[in-house]
Design a protein around this ligand. Sequence first.
Ligand code: ZN
Ligand code: MG
Length: 468
Amino acid sequence: MADIQRNPKQQLISELHNFAAVGDKIQLTALLKHFPSLINETAKNGWTALMYAARNGHFETVQVLLEKGCDRAVTNKSNQSALDIAKFWGYKNIANLLTNLMEGQEPVNQLTSEAREHENYFCRTFLDRKSEKRIESKWLNLKQKQPTSVYILFSNLRPLAVSNEGDNSSNYPRVRLLKLCYEDVKEYLEQTETTTVIFLGVELGIESQVKGSILPTLNGNDPDEDEDELVAWFVLSIDSSAAEEFIQKHQDCYFVHPPMPALLQFSENEAGIVAQARSVLAWHSRYQFCPTCGSATKLEDGGYKKVCLKEDCSSHVGVHNTCYPRVDPVVIMPVIHPDGNHCLLGRKKRFHPGMYTCLAGFVEPGETIENAVRREVEEESGVKVGQVRYVSCQPWPMPSSLMIGCIAFAVSTEIKVDNIEIEDAQWFSREQVMEFLNKKNQSAFFVPPHQAIAHQLIKHWVGMNASL
Ligand code: ZN
Ligand code: MG
């Protein structure tokens, strides 16, 4: 009682956290009924009730807290959200619950949810690419004209978007794709000289509605395969003058530019679509002629293949990767000091002053991921790397890299920067790195934003041995 009189609020907060940590949802509910304002209160270490419930695997308590409207985005002093904590301690059901709710969705099937746990920005998509449909031109033509089909527009690799102004509570995502239908884009589709059409896929989760997929038709014929209720998505690239005209007519939208950081302002769901569309369109604009003989080409496979128009071109014989969209593998890695408590980050001259990040570089032909990591780190910083561990990857549509995120374990410590690619590299302590993760551009040192895999890899390292 004496304690309560001395600091009643603090006492109540620690009681709430206690109920959350042991999963006592009845007591927790009762307490919040009387003191609803306590829900997002933090302990000295920045932990909320939600984090304590997540840390200890109390699924139902997490549910109760979410129903009561607690804030999932709060991070503790180690820059971890409740989701990070649930993932770290292996409570997949809780991680799924938090992940799905963050996107405003109902929890979906286990496989999809588990896959989501490791997603970086640009990784998520709600489309099934349906690559087997790319060769069915009849089906594609039909889909193009269906009123339910969705079109997104690009011009000069810039996606057409609208601002998310309605939502004042948070400023992310700041933009969303403008979705159009066949009627809106009909005129562009007719201008085949200047318009590029790519089939992106169909919306996931409506497979079961495909007509005739289960029941045979009355007359015993095969059901018409062209008729289904799949919602197809296409991206159209239009030329600059058409884009200009479009903007004049629809003043609430714009073609997002410059790509960085504008492309990081979409929701996670739309970012995956932007990545797919932009990389394929970039391939089209950069490889307009046959790379083998320089002749004109035509598009096939829903925009996923280019075929040389010269009859005797050697690209018609055998398999040629020049006919298909390219993906350029890049390794990216924080380098861990042999003491386990420091991490090597570097910076390029063109970076904002104060920004440090993971070293990175293109994988060369005939090279493994591990060797690319070792070579890049040694070239750029002089540090030798032993073990390399893969963590996660990220498509990076500038224009079509695949960032392969690894943790590199150093076997030497002396730094000698190359001064060509890297102007400075330093060993930073875990505490310093935690500070960088929390800070924005205005501070002396900072790392890239959360949408960049570099941020996630650094965060991953911070969480590897941190005492939670
Ligand atoms: Zn050719
Ligand atoms: Mg390099």
